[in-house]
Design a protein around this ligand. Sequence first.
Ligand code: GLN
Length: 446
Amino acid sequence: QHYLDRIKRIDPQLNSYVTVTEEIALAQAKIADERLASGDSNPLCGIPIAHKDIFCTEGVRTSCGSKMLDNFVPPYNATVVENYLDAGAVMLGKVNMDEFAMGSSNETSYYGPVKNPWDTRCVPGGSSGGSAASVAAMLAAGATATDTGGSIRQPASHCGLTGIKPTYGRASRYGMIAFASSLDQAGVLTRSAKDAAIMMNSLISFDQKDSTSVDVAKEDYLQNLETSVEGITIGVPKEYFGDGLKIETAALVQEAIDQYEKMGAKIKEISLPHSSLAVPAYYVIAPAECSANLSRFDGVRYGYRCENPKDLEDLYKRSRGEAFGEEVKRRILVGTYALSAGYFDAYYNKAQQVRRLIKQDFDEAFKDVDVIMGPTCTSPAFKFDSKGSDPVAMYLEDIYTIATNLAGLPGLSIPCGLVDNKPVGLQIIGPAFAEGKLLNIAHQFQ
Ligand code: GLN
């Protein structure tokens, strides 16, 4: 009730929720009370959380931030949602996001932009902007989110939160509306590394319903949080401190790394030579996959259908034309072009080759270091409308986060200070399945 009241009072200024599920929340809270009374010891039992509106929720509208799915009520729960139900967590509602998770500012949502609680003239980051703003403003104790190219870590950086994207395949994608299937991964946004560890314990599961889910033994992410960082080797890629990084951001990230050195970590300069190719490769691969994934929204099977179609072609054209926003259309066009017969080798195959090189850079680096540290973003949160008209400027927001998705690796962002009174994040990247180590290292900083 406390959280519901707070949402009513504060969310009109932030717009972080698309749907508040008051009745469901109170019913689930009641069940949690009973479970707690009978000795349930799951730390998430009774904890109020929000789900990004990309996760299917049985009987509750799941819009994906799009007019296309404004009327879509799924008949089933995403595995991630089901996992939190099992843990006894309470769903407060569904939170806002960039349309189909395409964006870095939450300005592309059909339900309007989300504001950054630190400065409401600024964006919260995206695409998981609603998840980040709701947690930062204490309108949820934690939130689920997704990261295809940075959508958990970048909003974590802009809202002063901990955000973790697990290794590709670690969390189930079943019931998570697809954007770019080879990159999409579910994760969480929380107020501390310990909260993230608690949420991760329920998020992670092997799922036969997701063909890329990996059957690797589950660990208890709370277990090693207190391990000292003494003796670990931290790699600092020189490419992450080049042009475009704001001097004040670089200084705070450097200070954080120095702090780890004081705690006994060894710092080593490394190189990820293909870093500059990550954004261009991503903006071929992600649109290509999205153009295929979004072909299912045809006005027939799901969601929006135009009025009085003349014939089938008119139904397709107008349903898609009227319900998709500009950024989604741009990606579908770019992706369809990149996949078309004459261009497939020149664009899509080339981008996949570059992706392999990026992955090899990380493989090489992790022969010598335990984790990699650098900035999450170049600068703190920017003002509304400052990048919205320039897609390339917006695409560069993820310059430090995208390579991790291309390589399938886990990445995390924690707050490391303020620039112009706004938070900035330290990014920690690990080898595959090193989520526990990332959370441990993050916890030692806080
Ligand atoms: N900002 C990137 C994009 O627009 C990443 C989005 C994401 O991670 N979902 O594609």
